[in-house]
Design a protein around this ligand. Structure first.
Ligand SMILES: [Zn+2]
Ligand SMILES: [Zn+2]
Length: 177
């Protein structure tokens, strides 16, 4: 059976972003991507004083979908996410599940003119990074590698969606495919 990555919209998710990922992820991973039924954004993970959702809480919801479908699942949400100790996160992952937020990926968020090509590249970069964690990769010290940690959007734009040689080898030999 061909390995699959399940894409799950969480709450208000950008359907264009999801269809881009369905096309773009299989160019990076030796797996098919398919769109699963969306799930609502669980409001109990909302923290009103910071107007953000707890990333770990939402990732747990994605984990349930990953288990019931027996595949690696990537959640996509338009909600702004934080993690304890971090002002925001572009995404988060754990074994076989991942989550990204498009909230801080639109050029308009930074007061820049909208640019679909740049937005699409950022979405793919964050999706590949978190999916990389989901299949067992750690952070990479190479600033040009997608597994480099992004502190801000400039890091994301600099690295792009490609793996360095060592991380590429790990992806191809991870055993999950
Ligand atoms: Zn990371
Ligand atoms: Zn690397």
């Amino acid at each position: 059976m061909a390995p699959k990555i399940g894409l799950v919209g969480v709450g208000e998710a950008d359907s264009t972003a999801i269809s881009w990922l369905r096309q773009d992820l299989p160019t990076v991973f030796p797996a098919e991507a398919l769109v699963l039924a969306p799930i609502p954004l669980p409001f109990r993970h909302f923290r009103g004083w910071r107007n953000q959702f707890l990333a770990e809480g939402i990732l747990d919801e994605v984990a349930g979908i990953a288990r019931s479908n027996n595949m690696i699942c990537l959640g996509i949400t338009g909600a702004d996410l934080f993690s304890p100790g971090l002002n925001f996160v572009f995404g988060i992952a754990s074994t076989r599940r991942a989550l990204i937020s498009t909230f801080r990926l639109r050029p308009g968020f930074y007061g820049m003119p909208e640019n679909q090509e740049l937005y699409r590249r950022r979405i793919l970069t964050e999706a590949v990074h978190e999916t990389g964690h989901a299949i067992g990769l750690s952070h990479c010290e190479h600033p040009g590698c997608v597994m480099y940690f992004s502190n801000w959007i400039g890091d994301t734009d600099q690295k792009g969606p490609g793996f360095c040689y060592r991380c590429r080898r790990r992806v191809d030999h991870t055993g999950v495919w």
